[in-house]
Design a protein around this ligand. Structure first.
Ligand SMILES: [Zn+2]
Ligand SMILES: [Zn+2]
Length: 98
């Protein structure tokens, strides 16, 4: 029963994703700054309160994990409001898989 799965490298496998609380709205799902309207959904998580990230992530240094761009009502450009960024994995140029 060899089932071949073709996973493109550009596509992230489901198992590698994790749902975390949206940093920008703190999981409320609403725009924390009411830029458009008090009822508008959070632009980062689209009102879900959670965001999907790669499992190997680390705190975004640009916003210190808050997801908010410093002194603004916008989400952080570095992490896109998630508060975390994908961990940089050191890969040698042209790494070979054995
Ligand atoms: Zn949100
Ligand atoms: Zn950030």
């Amino acid at each position: 029963m060899a089932r071949r799965r073709r996973i493109k490298k550009t596509r992230i496998a489901e198992e590698e994703l994790e749902e975390i609380k949206c940093a920008f709205c703190k999981g409320r799902g609403k725009d924390p700054f009411k830029v458009l309207s008090p009822l508008s959904n959070c632009p980062v998580c689209n009102g879900r309160g959670v965001v999907r990230v790669r499992k190997s992530y680390e705190k975004c240094k640009a916003c210190d994990g808050t997801g908010v761009y410093t002194r603004s009502h916008l989400y952080c450009w570095t992490c896109h409001g998630k508060g975390v960024v994908p961990k940089k994995v050191k890969t040698g140029a042209g790494s070979r898989s054995q």
